[in-house]
Every structure is written in structure tokens, then in C-alpha cells.
Design a protein around this ligand. Structure first.
Ligand SMILES: Nc1ncnc2c1ncn2[C@@H]1O[C@H](COP(=O)(O)OP(=O)(O)O)[C@@H](O)[C@H]1O
Ligand SMILES: CC(=O)N[C@@H](CCC(=O)OP(=O)(O)O)C(=O)O
Length: 296
């Protein structure tokens, strides 16, 4: 069955795809913290068993929110003038996000893959200089109609990706499970968005596909109505305010990756074989420019 799956996704025999040097062979899958990972783990384990090099990147914003409440660390939101929002990451919140992602979410995913017979290896963005970021010097936040500047935030912009540790894990036939935070060149941790991390890693690996799995079926024209899925999204969809909040980060990151990654899609994590579903067009394709017909 696993063999069929790898063939379905690529049209090529799985053996031709073993090892990440196979042209366009790597799939980078990202799962957000608000989604139940069980279906995703089932399919990632199937792909690994079929020899398809697959990287699982995860977020965990929702888990960090719950942990901050448990620990009594106040959660604040930075509302940027362009309609995106992100976590205010002071020192205490950086600890919370690190504990949540590396201490709660990642072990659940690595353990879940092990239970399914796949050997998974956890890596954070700070391991092996995988994700190097620079601290954002000043963030604009709209508060009560006024824009204020926040200068001491511990979130960063990813400047450099060194995929060597991820390749080493793939070359052993194992599944890398990658998470924020990143670090700066001095080794200080910096909070980075998991969609951006996945997109940048997909670019650096020369991946053939990037699948961003979340708690909705794709980008919706009306975020409150699941029947309004948009089949393909381009930069023009960012000009209005339809794509709001954190979905905007996802779309931006995916569009950027689509310059070099052949297939970039957003889809629901909560369906049977969510990766295959998204890559067969049941979610939203992200495509920055005209590159002729897709090879679907
Ligand atoms: N146009 C839109 N289409 C779909 N979802 C949207 C849209 N605008 C905002 N959203 C919100 O984005 C959320 C998904 O982003 P996010 O919560 O960051 O997911 P994840 O944790 O999986 O990364 C959806 O649950 C939805 O509330
Ligand atoms: C800078 C920034 O926004 N970092 C994110 C990292 C986790 C994440 O991205 O989790 P999801 O994929 O579940 O949203 C955060 O603090 O929530």
C-alpha cells in the first residue's frame, strides 16, 4: 500500500526516489499546532516505508498558548499594520514556545511515528545551524488604533538555512522532524514562524513539494465558510483583506517557496492521506508566477 502511495504522488517507482538526491524527490510537510496529527503521521510513516524522502516540520502555537496559561506567562499579540498577527516573544515567552515545541509537540510526533514503525529524528532550527535568523530590530504593532514600535522582541527573520543535518537524516532513510525556534549566529534562540521555516527548508532542500497542513481545507474566500475554498492563490490574493491573521503568513511563505518548489499546497490535516489529498488538488495551490501548466 505504501508503494502505491509513493507512485500515486510522483508517477515514479518509489525505488527511484530513495535518497534526497533524487531530482525533486523530497516532500516537506508542515503541520500546525491547532491540528490533530494522527492522519498526517499515518501518511508520513507510509511514505517513509515506501522510501520517499519526507520531512515533517511542525508548529505548535496553540500548544504554546495553553502552556503559557498553565505557567502564568501573559500572552500578548503583535498586530502588524498589514493584518498579520504574531506572538509577542519576550524572554519568558521564548521559554514557553521552546518548551512547548521541543518538549511537548515534537516528542508526540517522533513517538507517533515510532509507533507506526518509522524512525524519526527530531531537529530544532538551532541544531547544526539549521535555521539561522537575525532578531527583528523593531516590530510595528497596532494597539488601540495607534502604531507602536516594539524593540525587545525575541523573534527573528530566517536569513540562512543549512539543510545538512536534515539531509543526513534523510540519507539514513529516517524522517527528520523539524521545529522552531531558530538561532542567531551567537547561538541565541529566536522565535520563527513554522510555515516560514518549512518553506525555507523546502527551498534549501530543492524539494519537489511543500504541503502546509492545517485546520481548514485551504484558503477560503470567506474564512467562516468552508465551501468557499479557493483552488489556487497568487500574490493578488494578498492585496485585499480576505487572507487574514496567521493564514497570511502561511500564504506568503508558500508563495515565496513556489518560485523554486514545483508543488506548494495548503490542505486539511484532518482527512485520510492528507498529503496525497492536498497534492491532488483538494486544497489550495500556491503559485507566485506563471510557469505554464502544472504537472499534476
Ligand atoms: N482566508 C482564510 N482562509 C482560511 N483560513 C483563514 C483565512 N483567513 C484567516 N484564516 C485563519 O487561519 C487559520 C489557520 O492558520 P493557523 O491558525 O496559523 O494554522 P496552523 O496552526 O495550522 O499554522 C484558520 O484556522 C483560520 O482561522
Ligand atoms: C514568530 C512566530 O509566530 N512563531 C510561532 C512558532 C510556532 C508556530 O508557527 O506554530 P503554528 O504553525 O501552529 O502557527 C509562534 O510563536 O506561534
Amino acid at each position: 500500500m505504501a508503494q502505491d502511495l509513493a507512485q500515486d504522488l510522483t508517477g515514479r517507482a518509489p525505488n527511484a526516489l530513495v535518497g534526497n538526491s533524487a531530482p525533486g524527490g523530497v516532500i516537506v510537510v508542515k503541520i500546525g499546532g491547532g491540528s490533530d496529527p494522527q492522519r498526517v503521521l499515518d501518511e508520513v510513516a507510509e511514505l517513509a516505508a515506501a522510501g520517499r524522502p519526507t520531512v515533517l516540520v511542525h508548529g505548535g502555537g496553540a500548544v504554546a498558548d495553553r502552556l503559557s496559561e498553565q505557567l502564568g506567562v501573559e500572552r500578548q499579540v503583535i498586530r502588524s499594520p498589514d493584518g498579520t498577527h504574531s506572538r509577542r516573544t519576550d524572554e519568558a515567552m521564548l521559554d514557553v514556545i521552546t518548551l512547548a515545541l521541543l518538549g511537548r509537540v515534537k516528542p508526540q510526533l517522533v513517538g507517533g511515528l515510532r509507533l507506526r514503525g518509522a524512525r524519526a529524528v527530531g531537529l530544532s532550527g538551532a541544531d547544526g545551524a539549521l535555521l539561522t535568523a537575525t532578531r527583528k530590530p523593531a516590530l510595528r504593532s497596532v494597539q488601540d488604533g495607534r502604531t507602536v514600535l516594539i524593540r525587545d522582541d525575541r523573534s527573528g527573520r530566517i536569513e540562512h538555512v543549512d539543510p545538512t543535518p536534515v539531509r543526513a537524516v534523510l540519507d539514513r532513510g529516517d524522517v527528520p522532524v523539524v521545529s522552531p525556534p531558530a538561532s542567531d549566529t551567537a547561538g541565541n534562540l529566536l522565535n520563527v514562524d513554522a510555515d516560514e521555516a518549512a518553506a525555507r527548508l523546502a527551498e534549501a532542500l530543492g524539494a519537489s513539494a511543500l504541503v502546509l497542513l492545517t485546520d481548514v481545507c485551504g484558503v477560503l474566500a470567506d474564512p467562516d465558510d468552508p465551501s468557499t475554498r479557493i483552488a489556487e492563490v497568487g500574490p493578488q490574493h494578498l492585496t485585499g483583506d480576505v487572507v487574514r491573521g496567521r493564514m497570511r503568513h502561511k500564504v506568503r511563505a508558500g508563495l515565496r517557496a513556489s518560485r523554486t518548489v514545483q508543488q506548494v499546497a495548503i490542505g486539511s490535516a484532518h482527512q485520510h492521506r492528507p498529503i496525497q489529498q492536498a497534492l491532488s488538488g483538494t486544497g489550495t495551490w500556491l503559485r507566485e508566477g506563471e510557469r505554464g501548466e502544472r504537472n499534476e
